[in-house]
Design a protein around this ligand. Structure first.
Ligand code: SF4
Length: 206
């Protein structure tokens, strides 16, 4: 089995994990054409965990999560300004480097199953160390990986227990899939966002 020199066998703090994660090149070593370095989290004491699909081009350039229009939409849904958002959520994703454009030219490339597996190492350790009370998977791929659920309509607007944490899925705010074009789906999204806001206010009170 290949040994990746940029990761330890185990981590005890997010600070040491972030130091190694921001230098990770495992997918490049495995031959995948990534177009950025991993995005980083500036805060390390959040109580909630957001889990998206992969950074976009802006996030890859800035090396910070949720910087583009999708991030603005997400913050509007949750009624959080930028400072509140980044202080509240540790922002992770299925993969952490900008994967580049899709070969078809429509949107960004979906990370391959192998890249998803290589990057799962980081989220497994983040969840073990952070032990968030609230986990918000965003978009179909993140929801499938975290909750094993396929199909947005069957889960948006619901809450789940995930190893003692509350998980509340949201659709991807980019709207690239067209799922948000339906008024019924937008209603489900509003309900899910309300669930997240209620859970956050409970966390802040607790
Ligand atoms: S996508 Fe994840 S595993 Fe792959 S190089 Fe980036 S940080 Fe490392």
């Amino acid at each position: 089995m290949r040994v990746y020199h940029d990761r330890r066998a185990s981590y005890r703090s997010l600070a040491s994990l972030q130091r190694d994660l921001q230098a990770c090149r495992a997918c490049i070593e495995a031959g995948f054409p990534l177009e950025s370095w991993p995005v980083r989290n500036e805060h390390l004491r959040q109580r909630a965990y957001m889990y998206g699909q992969a950074p976009g081009i802006v996030e890859g350039q800035e090396r910070r999560p949720w910087r583009g229009r999708a991030g603005q939409t997400l913050r509007r849904w949750l009624d959080l300004d930028e400072d509140e958002f980044y202080a509240t959520f540790y922002c992770a994703s299925v993969t952490r480097c900008y994967p580049g454009r899709a070969p078809s030219g429509r949107g960004d490339r979906t990370p391959t199953p192998r890249e998803q597996e290589l990057c799962a190492f980081w989220s497994e350790w983040e969840l073990r160390i952070l032990r968030p009370k609230l986990i918000v998977p965003v978009g179909g791929l993140a929801i499938r990986r975290l909750l094993g659920i396929t199909g947005l309509a069957s889960c948006i607007g619901s809450r789940y227990d995930l190893d003692g944490a509350t998980a509340i899925p949201l659709p991807h705010p980019s709207g690239a899939s067209g799922w948000l074009n339906s008024p019924a789906n937008r209603e489900l999204t509003a309900k899910a966002a309300e669930l997240v806001r209620a859970e956050l206010s409970g966390l802040l009170r607790g």
